[in-house]
Design a protein around this ligand. Sequence first.
Ligand code: FE2
Length: 270
Amino acid sequence: MSTLLLQLSDLHLFAEPDVLLREVPTRDSLGEVLEAVRGTGWEFDRVVVTGDFTHDERRETYEVAQELLEEWLDRCHVLPGNHDDRGLMREVFSGQAGGSDRGICFSQAVGGWRLIGIDTHVPGEVRGRVEQEMLDWLAGELAEHVAEPTIVFQHHPPIGVGSAWLDEIGLLDPGPYRDLITSSPQVRVVSCGHVHQESSGTLGTAVVLTVPSTGVQFVPLCRTARVDAIAPGFRVFALEDPADAVDASSVGWSSRVVRLPSISFPAVDV
Ligand SMILES: [Fe+2]
């Protein structure tokens, strides 16, 4: 029996329900995405939201997000993006935002896999960073659970996605983090938000994935920002039970992006 994960990202909600971001009504769009999630009929074992809950960083907006995600809160993990307020997230999502002063993070065993989430938020910065304390914590978790196939979730991708403007606002000083992942072959996947598009790359033996936003999409492989008319969506993972595998590096997994069937939002330059 596979373990099913749902990843949502980059909600960019506003406290006022009808505000548009790049012509996209982000609250309505999230509502449609969540309806599509329900429509799959899949029972997700965990839901991970990889940041940018809000665009206005207001408490009311986090409360709206919490209300919309209510039916998944008992199995939900939240991580901050650059458009988040870590303190407000902790207050509103008190049951889902784990960690300590080092940041919001989690490490859990699910279906024989290790799910880890790390905080890359830097207050006041668009770019992200894995602070030394978070890196040390991650290294400790990976060392302690070396035999478990592992997925790491975070907001900022640790590698470029081929768009100069997005790669410039990626992870600051990524070397030590990349070295850690590269030397931890049980890390099968690093899955991120931030770039509002589907992409796939590698870091050592790990596959690095990104996911669509639940609202605004960006055109891939662009020098400058351009909003894509492609529909919003979410990412799903199916993780095979590692019981029969020889080691953590040979356990099967699959992932796919599911998008809404259509949208009426226009593509615009930003
Ligand atoms: Fe975002």
